[in-house]
Structures are given as C-alpha cells and as structure tokens.
Design a binder for this molecule. Structure first.
Ligand code: PLP
Length: 438
C-alpha cells in the first residue's frame, strides 16, 4: 500500500494487504502465512473461512440481505434473539441488536437513562466506570472509557464520567489477602457513589474480565458479589461490557459467568459475529425494557440493526460454537496456553505477570520481577514485540497502559478452535520473539 492510498485509520502505520484466511491462519498478498494469535481484535473466535457460516450467509443473501426493521420483522433476528437470550443470566430475556461494541455500550447507557426517567428517577444520569478501561470510541462510550490518550482530545465535547481505579493484580504490595483486596477494590465504587451523590448515579459499567486496556485483568473473586451488593444498595444499574470477554472467549459464554454474575445490562459484540458480520447486542431484562416502551419507546436505534444477513451470520456462529464445543475448548486450550505462558515467564524475567481466563490471556512486561517496575516507555516494547512476532509468523495484540502506572502488555487470544499442536506453534514463535526482544 503506498502513501497515495485514500484510506486512513488511527496512525500512519500501514500493514500488509491481506489475501485470504483459513482456520487460525491469515495469508498476506506476498504469500506470508501468519497465525491469528489475537483473533484480530479478539473477534475471529471461531476461526476464519468457516464453511457453515459462509453457506448460511450465502443462503440468506439469496433470500433477503436487508429489510428495514420499521417495515419488516425477520426470522434470523427473531431466532438469534431467542438463542442469545438462552445464554444469558436469569431474566435477561430482551435482545437489542447493533453492529458493534461501541453501539452496544451506547445502547446500554441510553436504555439505563431512559429507564431511570421512565420510573421517576430522572436525577440519575452519572455512569461510573473504571480506570483503565475501554468501552468504545463513540462519544457516549468514550465518556465512560478510562484511557486518557483516547479521551483527552474530546473532553470539551462530552460529559466525562466519574472513574474508579480498576483492581490491579500484582502491583499492590500490601499485607491483604486477595479476598480482602477484592472487597477493598469494590468499596472504592461505594466511596465514589457517595462522593458523587447516590441520587445522581445511574449506573456502573465494567468489563468482567479486562480487555486490551488492562491486559486481561481479572479481579479477585470477592470483588464481583460485592459490586452487585453495592449497586443494589444504591439502586444503581450494573452494566457488564462483555464485548471482548463474551461469546465464549474466557471459557464460559460470558466472562461474568465465572462468578454467576447477575448484571442489569450486558453489551455483547466481537465474537458474537466472529468477524463474519458486524454484529453486537444489548441484552436487558423485561423489567427495564417494559417501562421504557410503555413510556413512549426507546429513543435509540441504528439503521443496520437486526438486519437479516448479520443475524444469519450470528446464528451460524452460535451453531458452530455449540457443534464444535468451542466454549469448552476455550477453557481447556486456555489452561494449556496459560501454563505455557507461565513457563515462558520463568525463562524471561521481564515477564512480570501472566493473567486472564480461557483464551483471553495476557503477559505484562516489567524491568524485573523483584521491583515489578514497568519497562521504560522509550524501549517501545509493546510495539516491538508485535513487529518481531509478525515477522516470525504470529499476530499478537499489545498496549501500553495500566492502572495508575504505565506499562506494556501483550495479549495472546487465538481463535477458540485452536488445537494443542497449534498452541505449540504459537508458543514456539513467542519463545523466539521474546528471545529477540530480550
Ligand atoms: N468494549 C470493549 C470491552 C471493547 O474491547 C471494545 C473494542 O475493543 C469495545 C467496547 C468497542 O467495540 P467496537 O470497536 O466494536 O465499537
């Protein structure tokens, strides 16, 4: 791609042209084969080129690819809503389709607000979120995102929402047990609610298992029920952003399922369409939806929402997740890959922490494990590790940022179809990559 291209994305950085993809592999135009070790941006969960999905999409295209929802209902949307609701916690029985993660989060924020207005709680509008966190790029989703580099340019254009510090795994050097830490992290939410004025707080949004912004950070077990309890005591809605952690990636269908969480709203995307179609959803209980509909309707919606082609893709993706037992495979392969990453961390002391669940895994770089200090920014480790791995035939995903301090981490999140042999390939390339990085 030359600089004469009319296309642009976030940075000046340009990547090779992709040619084709199959299973866990992508091929560029020069014939180079690379393992999709991050499933793109944790999207291609069922792998590339899945025949069942392709055939289902073709068949839908032949029938009808688009019929506007204000003119027609369509079967794929109806059926996908029914199937998706079956994976949700009790009572989460209403599904609102969107085309991506930011739209799913926006929808949660807006339904929460309209619900509050509908039930006479119009004073509630603030949405507390965590730092660091990522909830999307549109102004509403950005307002609840804890990632200064992304939010700063837009602060004057949006009402930035209050943040609490997300639980940190190893950085806290104190005498508290993990159990106690979970409670203490959660209690920061209550402190913030009180500081803001409980009557003004509408919702709390969190990724049950952190994504790219934290590097697959998992809170202590005690954190999750405590958060639910705090939200209940202050009548605050709990929104789980499962955009990255959902659709089976962590070894359960939802990240929150590891703790039997009962959020009030769920945002889903990425692995839900698995890269075959832009697709996402907000899932809500009738008790929140009905008052909004009764009060005149949900003042929100997207042109492409619930279109038959996207929903046919989503249905076929769910078929494959079930037929191939991919949620279970993500759990088993995740254990295997994590154990291998831990072994790598024993060989490379600049890996300070390996964390995550299922196939949402990350490793964090530090100067050494004694100090746990992050690598200096100038080393640009997060970019170098990605470039070296790509040269050697592996795509990984990396970021520099972390709660309270700066740090580099990389995520290894291959498609959920991965086999033990393919994990061996991933680990061997990672080993070479880290050797070169050292
Ligand atoms: N929420 C989370 C947790 C995400 O990881 C992302 C994307 O990375 C989003 C929301 C936004 O999704 P999208 O980029 O599809 O709008």
């Amino acid at each position: 791609m030359t600089s004469a291209s009319h296309l642009f994305y976030q940075t000046r950085l340009r990547r090779p042209l992709v040619d084709r993809a199959e299973g866990i592999y992508l091929y560029d135009r020069n014939g180079k084969k690379v393992i999709d070790g991050s499933s793109g941006a944790m999207v291609a969960n069922i792998g590339h080129g899945n025949r069942h999905v392709i055939e289902a999409m073709k068949a839908q295209l032949e029938r009808v690819s688009f019929a506007y929802r204000l003119h027609f209902e369509n079967e794929p949307a109806e059926e996908l809503a029914r199937r998706a609701a079956g994976y949700m916690p009790d009572g989460m029985d209403k599904v609102f389709f969107v085309s991506g993660g930011s739209e799913a989060v926006e929808s949660c924020l807006k339904l929460a607000r309209q619900y509050a207005v509908a039930v006479g709680q119009g004073s509630r509008w603030k949405v507390i979120s965590r730092f660091p966190s990522y909830h999307g790029s549109t102004l509403g989703a950005l307002a609840v995102t804890g990632y200064a580099a992304l939010t700063d340019p837009f602060t004057p254009m949006m009402q930035e929402m209050p943040k609490i510090v997300a639980p940190t795994a190893y950085l806290d050097r104190d005498n508290f047990s993990m159990e106690e830490r979970g409670i203490r992290y959660a209690d920061k939410l209550e402190e913030k609610i009180i500081e803001e004025g409980p009557e003004s707080v509408l919702a709390f949004i969190m990724e049950p298992i952190g994504g790219a912004s934290t590097g697959a950070l998992v809170a202590p077990d005690s954190y999750y029920p405590r958060i639910r309890d705090i939200c209940d005591r202050h009548s605050i809605l709990l929104i789980h952003d499962e955009v990255m952690s959902g659709a089976g990636r962590t070894g359960k269908f939802l990240g929150g399922d590891h703790w039997n969480c009962q959020p009030d709203l769920i945002a889903l995307s990425k692995g839900f369409g698995a890269g075959y179609s832009p697709l996402g959803a907000m899932i809500a209980p009738s008790r929140l939806v009905q008052p909004v509909l009764d009060a005149g309707g949900f003042m929100h919606g997207y042109t492409y929402a619930g279109n038959p082609l996207a929903c046919a893709a989503g249905l076929a993706v769910l078929d494959e997740i079930e037929r191939l037992g991919l949620v279970e495979n993500a759990a088993v392969m995740g254990e295997l890959l994590k154990a291998e990453l831990v072994k790598l961390s024993e060989r490379f002391p600049f890996i300070g922490d390996v964390r995550g669940k299922g196939l949402l895994l990350a490793a964090e770089f530090v100067v050494d494990r004694q100090t746990m200090k992050p690598l200096p920014k100038e080393l640009n480790a997060f970019q170098r590790v990605v470039d070296i791995a790509y040269d050697k035939g592996l795509i990984i995903y990396s970021r520099r940022t972390r709660g309270g301090i700066e740090g580099d981490h990389f995520l290894v999140c291959p498609p959920m179809i991965i086999t033990p042999e393919e994990i061996g390939e991933v680990v061997s390339i990672l080993d070479d990559t880290l050797l070169q990085l050292a």
